[in-house]
Ligand binder design. Sequence first.
Ligand code: SF4
Length: 909
Amino acid sequence: MKFAYINNQPFEIQEGETILSFIRRYKGKDLVPTLCDAPNLDPFGACRVCSVDVALEENGKTKTMASCHMPVVEGQYIYPDSKAIKKLRKNIIELVLTDHPLDCLTCEVNGNCELQTVAAQVGIRDVRYPEGENHLNREKDFSHPYMTSDLSKCINCYRCVRACDEVQGEFVLSMAGRGFDAQIIKGNNQSFMESDCVSCGACAQACPTSAISDIFQSKSIGATDITRTICTYCGVGCNLEVSTSGGEILSIQAPYDAEVNQGHTCLKGRYAFSFYDHPDRLRSPMIKRNGEFEEVSWDEVYDYIAEKLTNYKRQYGPDSIAGISSSRCTNEENYLMQKFFRAVIGTNNIDGCARVCHSPTALGMQRTFGTGAATNSIDDLKDTNCIMVIGANPTDAHPVTGAKLRQFAMKQDNVTIVIDPRRTELARHADYHLALRPGTNVALLNMMMYYIISEGLADEEFIANRTKGYETYKEAILGVDLDKMESICGVEKSLVRKAAMAYASAPNAMSFHGLGVTEHSQGTFTVMQIADLAMLTGNIGRRGVGVNPLRGQNNVQGSADMGVQPHQGAGYLDITKPEINQRYNDFYGVDVPKEIGYKIPEMFDAALAGQLRAIWIIGEDVVQTDPNTQKVIKALQATDLVIVQELFMTETAKYADVILPGASFLEKSGTFTNGERRVQAVRQVVEPLEGTKPDGQIIVDIMNRMGYDQPDYTPEGMLEEISQIVPFFSGITWENLGINGKQWPVAKDGTDTKILHTEEFKIGKGVFAYFDFEESQEILNHGKDYPYILTTNRELEHYNCGAMTRRTANHQILSDDYLMINPKDASDNGINEGDFVCVESPRGKVDVKARITDEVKAGVLSTTFHFPDIMVNNITSDVHDSEAMCPEYKVVAVRIRKSKGKYKQLAEA
Ligand code: SF4
């Protein structure tokens, strides 16, 4: 054991800790005040307030050191509160205050200002120095809808600059000037709005005063309650602390002790909450009569639904009814929705939005490994040497994980491979960017695997011990025609080889994939190839490796876990197997069906064929977000009863016969499961708006109304039921989730699992499988007449159909969809920046504004789909993944011309 001394008393030291953390471990937080130190930032040593005296012998000659960044050393004698040190600290703060407005009483952070606290701690009563030149008249910046600055209150601690660099990795803030002229600037000395700020708020949270803040009362002491919950916007699953007063939400901050996000969020999680009480919220159940929605009571709407569904079931059979559940909803609500369809209606016609995003991931990983979920955790980035990011733009779509990936990519010794048609933000930092033609992942990955095997980099031991099917697979891979693959995917062989070598020779390599993998006609096969690549190189079953899908919606993992799939019930159990069927029958007390139900596209086909009488859609705007909009609309019109449970009158809700007003994540409790299998507690922050109900309550009410008695709805009670039927939830209880949740599978004793497949795969041995590249039917059928390939993408500011984010100030930051077009294509078609481009596919036309950029190659276009006035899905196709039926959003054959915006105007009319 090694010891150092605090005021001559010995204490054991820990390897690698600083003097400050050593003192705080034994003496608490208050003995040594700090200003430039922050929990999620590296030690910096700028303010010197944390200075302590250090000697090499008891009461020996001392040296003053900034304790925050000095390592504690065996045998040191530390004097943290000597007279001299106290005087020094007081002097430092006094000097700071000579150039700080003394307007505490009217300052936003009064009572919660770190400078104010430290000034009181060190005993400042007045400032002895005469008033001199200062910076008290610096201009305030109110240019941004969320971020504000008043740099007259800046104390030059650099916390904002470091948060921007070390946490977000954006490098927008910096210190300009020297000495007295030193000041924080944004970008090239611009305003927040003009700069490249991504509005994550890390700087505002880091700032110890109100020099940088936000428009909310983030740092005020006005809150009466703080509730910890989980963000609703993406599968990262950031923890949020929501401050409220009198039932009103004041602000959101990020807790530093959150394992997922360590004090960080993106602008959606931190700032985009004002949708929850927006005037547009649906506040009453409604039934459409004579083409008009009429507000009705909950009793009336329940009776109406129960009677209609009972009649359809009796007259046309249970399979004439279908449901689409929501990945925005909790596990408990998704579990209930599938239970309703299976146990009350008697059909497996239940599906969810995973169908249009990661269904190929679940299926592909199940086929190769036996489990359709991330094998590792994001924290494993600390122990990996190489990342391969394929078909994902995490800095926009999964921003907090994206920031961590970017931090990884910027470090010199790390290797980053990005496989993406677009030069994404991460691609800019990558060592290898393989900008392939959309739809050719299979060709490129076969090339990578060819090089790994032919160059002798396959992990023969792992393959022999843990896998099967290798010999056949190897023979097929070595038969790949490299020249042909090169011309198909448009990436030079030599570059593919280098990337393959880098991945295979890294001691630890992790892969991350997104919708650029799954939303293709060969999506499931590509997922299986990524899994093959991990097995081929032994990158599975330990820390710092694995296959890690970046899940889109906040609870898309959970909705599939809960059985929102037509072929697997709760817990991914195969509903066609008699023993599983018996298990469900016993558990639900009724006979549940054994036949696989409709997937979402099959629901629409059934509707158009006159075989679907009723559909109940929760929190999913299929008209705006599913492909081939006009077909979706016709399918809804062909269905007798369309029930839509929503927050807003979405494009889909407009086609409803019945509207049920649900509650947002801020108004209910339950659990979400993030992309790393982490089940986390969502805690109710405010009461549901008057007239609305939590979605789980609505489902239970309708179950009871239809004669399937359910106990009162409580998230705790539902979680208890889930733990009895979903094997990997068996050890989860509401109480033991704690603040950071648990990663499934969770054993009965509550032990959770950070890494899957450490000893063996769920199916015993991992299965190698080879797939030939096949050109998409979209290109084969239409490529000649529609020579450009349109692919879709997301923007940081908006989430999916945008129903929530468009009703926040995010709309002021980004208010339109746009089309990325290469300068050559723009010039060939006479298109200038900002022009409307008529994008035409075999399904229709839309007008989108041009953004000319070399982020896309010539021949490739990319657009977002957040705004209903564009309705990009009018032109996407219903070609889908051959296995999981995920739509091929990423390959749309189109032609383009300059337009006057006629189709946009028509859409808006
Ligand atoms: Fe929410 Fe995702 Fe942003 Fe985190 S990264 S705050 S989970 S949207």
